[in-house]
Design a protein around this ligand. Structure first.
Ligand code: SF4
Length: 250
């Protein structure tokens, strides 16, 4: 967003040594703002765009630089997540450009829902996209995230066209995203995307439930259990058939 003709970002929090959002040790930037409403969201406190702390691109770069040697040594970099970081794509593009100028690798963890010229610019400086595909059945996707699936699939085509390294994330939620036929279809679809280098299968956890309560929001998955190990293995086997590298984090 712009303030006094300058780009500023609204940031929920920073994590200096992240290890789960892309390769190596990562400086993780949790951006404010999201237009999706995923029923299992761990970070509903990032949804509101006007919260968090304001940073200029230069201020954030000063924080990132402190950890440059850790990132380089471990093959890591910076990851923008949230929230949906591309809600603030102009800020992400600016900081990513500065990272590239300093040889720092950039990853963006996104739902793929937002598309505009600032998003396109941010992608020009991105080394890895961590793309959440919440379900491959459009009806279920809408039920999970509250928005349509199509924009994410359009982004997939753009990422392939530009040959941008993409990791797919899939969260397995019992009785919600465990529709095996659609997982089979997703696996076949991903096999066609040469730029997809990894699929991360994640088991559902209720980690963010207390935040929903604190915010006075209704958490609809209170009675949902974590997926059984056998179920996760069965789904992993389906994704394995895509020929991609599949990791399982239960
Ligand atoms: S896209 Fe991410 S931050 Fe937004 S609602 Fe879904 S899980 Fe939460």
């Amino acid at each position: 967003m712009m303030k006094d003709n300058k780009i500023i970002g609204r940031i929920h929090s920073l994590e200096s040594c992240g290890t789960v959002d892309g390769p190596g040790i990562r400086f993780v930037v949790f951006m404010q703002g999201c237009v999706l409403r995923c029923r299992y969201c761990h970070n509903p406190d990032t949804w509101e765009i006007n919260k968090g702390k304001e940073y200029t691109p230069q201020e954030l770069m000063a924080e990132i630089r402190k950890y440059k040697s850790y990132m380089k040594f471990s093959g890591g970099g910076v990851t923008f997540t949230g929230g949906e970081p591309l809600v603030q794509a102009d800020f992400v593009a600016e900081v990513s450009k500065m990272c590239k100028e300093e040889g720092i690798s950039v990853a963006i963890d996104t739902s793929g829902f937002i598309w505009n010229s600032a998003v396109q610019r941010a992608l020009d400086y991105t080394d890895i996209i961590l793309l959440d595909i919440k379900n491959f059945d459009p009806m279920v996707y809408k039920e999970v995230a509250g928005v349509p699936l199509d924009p994410t699939l359009r982004l997939m085509d753009y990422l392939r066209e530009k040959d941008i390294n993409t990791w797919i994330r899939y969260v397995l939620v019992p009785n919600l995203t465990d529709n095996l036929e659609s997982i089979e279809e997703l696996s076949k679809y991903l096999a066609e995307y040469s730029n997809v280098s990894k699929i991360e299968l994640l088991g559902f956890h209720k980690m963010g439930e207390y935040k929903w309560e604190e915010l006075g929001l209704e958490y609809t998955l209170s009675d949902t259990k974590e997926p059984a190990k056998e179920m996760l293995i069965q789904v992993k086997e389906i994704f394995d058939r895509s020929g991609k590298n599949v990791s399982l984090n239960s």
